[in-house]
Design a protein around this ligand. Structure first.
Ligand SMILES: CCCCCC/C=C\CC(=O)SCCNC(=O)CCNC(=O)[C@H](O)C(C)(C)COP(=O)(O)OP(=O)(O)OC[C@H]1O[C@@H](n2cnc3c(N)ncnc32)[C@H](O)[C@@H]1OP(=O)(O)O
Length: 287
């Protein structure tokens, strides 16, 4: 299972590369844009080879099954394209993501819920386990699941006056293992436990202090520029050995989840259908 996540498509001269190559031949610089139902946009900067993956589900980029699937497909696209790096961001001014769409969780259909979590696991394997360098340009508030995806990246720049954290505890939600492992890969076990059991939403200053983010940006373009500067640090590093090392650092977490996917899904379904969590969802939705 794990191996399949890391296997590249045999013929990866896909559309983006063909367009980019044609443009290089014509001595042009282009940014190609492939959209998947418009929910996630993938742009490739032909100059530096970095892909930008942009969440595009206004008003707040809440993750429903469709957005999760679009993200999964976008990550496939980045992998097939052999991108030199990837920046994850959002199209919405001042909001990176609100996290899960509560409407996806409230009185949820169990089959759809299982699929939702399975696609989230896929996204995690693809992003956390990616060999190319990754950065999150956090252009605004980022509570909950959006924070999780940003933490899967190797670097985070966040605009000032935003909040970030995994706040599930506030909704009576126990936090699943992929989220725990991911946060623990960024900050200490002690700080992870404290952050997750209190559902802390960190200000940009506090997030920087604890190490959840790497830089504070003045605005979205500054955050993006900081991400590009981070990716530039690998310009002269041979990508194969770099990717192998990154994967080795993260391998244990991924093996653990790969071996327990079913149990992880069962736990998620149990957590969502728990009456305490359902009451929080109902209250959130004003039911
Ligand atoms: C069950 C097991 C799971 C374990 C994993 C635990 C970890 C993560 C789970 C989650 O991701 S749960 C989601 C938790 N998210 C939040 O609690 C964030 C709540 N939202 C906000 O704080 C704010 O909306 C915002 C993101 C700071 C944006 O604020 P702003 O003032 O700009 O916009 P709003 O007016 O609040 O929202 C606009 C519009 O969107 C609706 N909405 C916001 N968030 C959600 C959501 N998560 N799901 C569904 N809908 C959402 C909000 O109600 C507004 O709707 P209208 O009133 O305009 O109809």
């Amino acid at each position: 299972m794990l191996l399949r996540q890391f296997t590249r498509a045999p013929n990866n001269m896909n559309l983006i590369r063909r367009i980019a190559t044609n443009a290089i031949l014509k001595n042009q610089t282009v940014t190609t844009n492939i959209d998947y139902n418009q929910l996630v946009l993938v742009d490739v900067n032909d100059k530096n080879g970095y892909a930008t993956v942009t969440l595009n589900r206004p008003p707040v980029n809440s993750f429903n099954l469709e957005l999760m699937m679009a993200l999964s497909r976008a990550l496939d696209q980045v992998e097939r394209n052999n991108s030199r790096g990837m920046i994850l961001t959002s199209i919405i001014p001042n909001i990176f993501s609100t996290g899960f769409d509560i409407r996806e969780l409230y009185q949820a259909d169990e089959r759809r819920l299982r699929e939702f979590w399975s696609v989230l696991q896929d996204c995690w394997f693809k992003l956390y386990g990616s060999t190319y360098p990754t950065a999150a340009s956090i252009n605004g508030h980022n509570p909950a699941a959006g924070c999780f995806f940003a933490l899967c990246c190797e670097y985070r720049a966040m605009v000032r006056n935003s909040k970030l954290g995994i706040s599930g505890a506030r909704l009576g939600i126990s936090i699943p293992l992929p989220m725990i492992y991911t946060m623990r890969s960024v900050i200490s076990t002690r700080q992870t436990e404290l952050a997750l059991t209190t559902g802390t939403l960190f200000t940009s200053d506090d997030a920087l202090k604890v190490g959840l983010i790497d830089d504070i940006a003045t605005d979205r373009s500054d955050a993006f520029a900081k991400c590009e500067a981070f990716l530039d640090r690998f310009k002269d590093i041979p990508p194969v050995s770099r990717g192998y090392t990154k994967r080795s650092v993260r391998q244990k977490d991924m093996e653990e989840i790969a071996a327990n996917r079913q149990r992880d899904t069962d736990e998620f379904v149990r957590a969502v259908l728990n009456p305490e969590a359902q009451s929080s969802f109902a209250a959130f939705l004003g039911k």
